[in-house]
Design a protein around this ligand. Structure first.
Ligand SMILES: [Zn+2]
Length: 119
């Protein structure tokens, strides 16, 4: 398994980046740079990237093999952008702590049933 940030230039820019994602499976955050692909996919990407007439398509093929970087997770990448998560959980920090579990799936603002009815 290798991180996207180690891909050749051109692919790295298309796939990597420092913005955060939150895995929908393990609810932990990581940057696009840290997303991993299997060694075989990585090796092919390195081999075909130089002189590839269509890096966009190659990047797309690689992204289809992308996985969650956490060793105990490793599911095919299914993640939300951190800003999207924060839009539903304004209490979350601007930059997530890596390794921390943010259970964004839990219903946001489940207004606790204690609405103030003014009585
Ligand atoms: Zn995960």
């Amino acid at each position: 398994m290798k991180p996207v940030k180690e891909l050749p230039d051109g692919l790295r820019e298309r796939l990597g980046g420092t913005d955060y994602l939150l895995c929908r499976s393990c609810h932990r955050a990581f940057t696009r740079d840290d997303v991993i692909v299997d060694d075989d996919t990585f090796a092919k990407a390195v081999r075909f990237a130089p002189g590839s007439p269509d890096l966009g398509r190659l990047a797309e093929a690689v992204s289809m093999r992308a996985r969650c970087p956490y060793e105990s997770c490793r599911v095919p990448l299914d993640a939300d952008d951190w800003p999207f998560v924060r839009s539903r959980h304004p209490d979350y920090p601007e930059a997530p702590v890596e390794g921390e579990v943010y259970d964004a799936a839990s219903a946001p603002a489940e207004s606790a049933g204690t609405a103030d009815c003014g009585a």
